[in-house]
Design a protein around this ligand. Structure first.
Ligand code: NAD
Length: 294
């Protein structure tokens, strides 16, 4: 029988480390500042932004939340990003996805100065991360997954690792991280995606299987190699009349069926999700230290 990986507990540990660094910065008269820009009223984005604001405040950051109306123009957003770039109290900036379709997210990410790009999505940071630069701002979800593996003492060195999904926010940068040299890199890596013809034949070979697709219960027990470590990034709503909201959140992995086959599995919720926010806070402190030289 496999063990669940408690992402909330690991996130708490990361947050405690961040909190210590915040204390040290405050002794030097510096308070880390995080700016979050959200446009429109997408309910999921709203709750993500709220969670980031809450965590930033809990950790003693200065939090700058910009909730912009859906009618905001690209030009207005570019100006907002530029003013955050120039604001010395702001060390990290992120633009919450998704944006209304009329807006160009790529252009906005490009407008953030790379040293304040705490999501790690700017091409400079993507490049630094791919090249294994030690102080690159790494994308939060992939960095959180690597930290979960470290905490569970699951080395990836030489292991057959299969990632399902190649998005620019999860699958692709995670592949970059797992190909770095080191005990939590050096993977023998396969990246699957929507054009992979026989997903099960790939996943069954995985000693470590990571799914970042966004399809409820895509990965069944017969797609998992016995004893594999399984990391579930997916966040999917499925109808559930027993819940007050009429739905519940599940991952990409058929958790109840896979747990008995695997050695470790991350639950959804409570696995990768809390790590993403924890790593965002850690990135903000890292950015603050780089910018202030402290
Ligand atoms: P995306 O839509 O950008 O990418 C999905 C990827 O899955 C694509 O590369 C696509 O090729 C692949 N794919 C689609 N169908 C497939 C199939 N049948 N077989 C194999 N591959 C297939 O999504 P994303 O932004 O990477 O997010 C993926 C999931 O992870 C979503 O559910 C998202 O909500 C979740 N997510 C969670 C966190 C977190 O912190 N927990 C963070 C980011 C994303």
């Amino acid at each position: 029988m496999g063990q669940p990986i408690d992402g909330r507990a690991v996130a708490q540990k990361v947050n405690a480390e961040t909190s210590l660094q915040v204390e040290r910065l405050k002794v030097n008269g510096v308070v880390p500042g995080l700016a979050v820009i959200m446009v429109g009223d997408d309910p999921a984005s709203f709750s993500y932004v709220l969670a980031k604001e809450k965590k930033a405040q809990e950790l003693g950051f200065k939090s700058f939340i910009y909730r912009m109306p859906p009618t905001t123009t690209q030009q207005e957003l570019l100006e907002l990003v530029r003013s955050c770039n120039e604001n010395a109290e702001i060390h990290g900036i992120l633009v919450q996805s998704p944006l209304p379709v009329a807006l160009n997210e790529h252009e906005l990410v490009m407008a953030i100065v790379p040293e304040k790009d705490v999501d790690g999505f700017h091409p400079i940071n993507v490049g630094l991360c791919a090249l294994g630069a030690p102080h690159a701002l790494r994308p939060c979800t992939p960095a959180g997954i690597v930290r979960l593996l470290q905490e569970c003492k699951v080395s990836t060195r030489g292991k057959r690792v299969v990632i399902i999904g190649r998005s620019r926010i999860v699958g692709l940068p995670l592949a970059h991280l797992l190909l770095q040299r080191g005990e939590f890199g050096d993977a023998t890596l396969t990246v699957c995606h929507s054009r992979t013809p026989d997903l099960g034949s790939e996943t069954r070979r995985a000693e470590i299987l990571i799914s970042a697709v966004g399809q409820a219960h895509l990965v069944k027990a017969d797609m998992v190699r016995p004893g594999a470590v399984v990391i579930d990034v997916g966040v999917n709503r499925v109808e559930d009349a027993t819940k007050p909201r009429g739905y519940r959140i599940v991952g990409d992995i058929d958790y109840d069926a896979v747990l008995p086959v695997a050695s470790f599995v991350t639950p959804v919720p409570g696995g990768v999700g809390p790590m993403t926010i924890a790593m965002l806070m850690a990135n903000t402190v890292q950015a603050c230290r780089t910018q202030t030289g402290l």
